[in-house]
Design a protein around this ligand. Structure first.
Ligand SMILES: Cc1ncc(COP(=O)(O)O)c(C=O)c1O
Length: 352
């Protein structure tokens, strides 16, 4: 068999190493587990798994449209926002097209683009932050998509409403701006973009959100895109019929109503952030102030070796070598106990 040309240089996704029993602070999951209301909904819907799920995600789209004050036609639900990224690229990337993003950001943007024969152009990053002017200057006539991760994984930094609006003015109308807001619910800064209101002014925007982070449903795989109906229709053409399973749909609907869980998750994250900043300051380590549920910290030694040592001690984090950062790790903000255990392990690895 002859593999498609665009797949030749691609490598299959390799999941992070896990150690049974180790505390996992490697994938930005919710340390409190899942929303209890979602857990109840799961129990109640288990009997329905012999039937195909609702292929249109009608109930979930209705709940989401109510939450965001939009129409169902503005929403496309996917098997995680990972899948939504593939639906977008599948709708708009032809072989020979390109997409633009930043260095040191989420790798699935490149995966989705290359899958359909596109190439990715990377703007430089400065001090962990997206440089929106540099991104705008890379857009050319073949640029179909621009991926902006806000807050950014793995640096945790974000850009403001004013910065985004100034950027939008520079973008051609036929380039779709993908605003990935997987960590939006953790953001405290008051000048964070009101991205959904951009839909009233610009046709070329899609916003991505997920149930994997603050709602604690990463294992169920539910994410969604919000855009004008024409874009949603284009994406729906590339979607498999029953892409979101029935348990995931039921749990996501229930999780949306669980404001207590969301508020508690935010509070635990804020407290953990303060503790970890203070610990890194004490250790003299450089880190970026985060708007998400993880922190990038420079540990001044080989990150993969440190990862192995920390895993042996009972905690997994994400070494950032694949992002080109040999001396940096990304740690998910955990519960107070998890954070303290992580700091003790880090001190041991650093010989402090
Ligand atoms: C920035 C960003 N976007 C999207 C995703 C994928 O989320 P999902 O679990 O919804 O596929 C992640 C997961 O870590 C992420 O960090």
């Amino acid at each position: 068999m002859k593999i498609r040309v665009c797949l030749k240089d691609m490598v299959p996704y390799s999941p992070g190493k896990l150690k049974p029993g180790a505390i996992k602070l490697a994938s930005n999951e919710n340390p409190l587990g899942m929303s209890p209301m979602a857990a109840d909904a799961l129990k109640q819907s288990i009997g329905s798994v012999s039937l195909y799920p609702d292929g249109g995600c009608v109930k979930l789209k209705n709940a989401l449209s109510k939450k965001h004050n939009l129409a169902s036609a503005n929403i496309c639900v996917g098997n995680g926002s990972d899948e939504v990224l593939v639906l977008i690229a599948g709708a708009y990337i032809e072989p020979g097209d390109n997409a633009v993003t930043s260095q040191t950001t989420f790798s699935e943007y490149t995966f989705a683009t290359k899958l359909f024969g596109g190439t990715m152009k990377y703007a430089p990053m400065a001090d962990g932050c997206f440089q929106l002017d540099a991104i705008a200057s890379l857009i050319d006539t073949k640029t179909k998509l621009v991926f902006l991760c806000n807050p950014n994984n793995p640096t945790g930094t974000s850009f403001s409403n004013d910065e985004l609006r100034a950027f939008m003015k520079k973008v051609p109308k036929d380039t779709l701006i993908v605003l990935d807001e997987a960590y939006r619910e953790y953001v405290d800064r008051s000048d964070f973009p009101d991205s959904i209101s951009l839909l009233n002014e610009y046709d070329n925007v899609i916003i991505l959100r997920t149930f994997s982070k603050i709602y604690g449903l990463a294992g169920l795989r539910v994410g969604y895109g919000i855009a004008r109906p024409e874009i949603i229709t284009d994406m729906e053409k590339t979607r498999a019929p029953f892409n979101v399973n029935s348990l995931a749909q039921a749990a996501a609907c229930a999780a949306l109503d669980d404001t207590d869980f969301v508020n508690k998750s935010r509070a635990v994250n804020r407290e953990g952030k303060t503790y970890l900043y203070a610990s890194f300051d004490k250790l003299g380590l450089k880190y970026y102030k985060t708007d998400a549920n993880f922190i990038l910290v420079y540990i001044n030694q080989d990150c993969v070796a440190a990862f192995e040592k920390m895993m042996a001690l009972g905690v997994t984090i994400r070494p950032l070598r694949s992002f080109g950062l040999n001396d940096a790790i990304r740690v998910t903000i955990g519960t107070p106990e998890q954070n303290e255990f992580f700091v003790r392990c880090l001190e041991k690895v650093l010989g402090k």
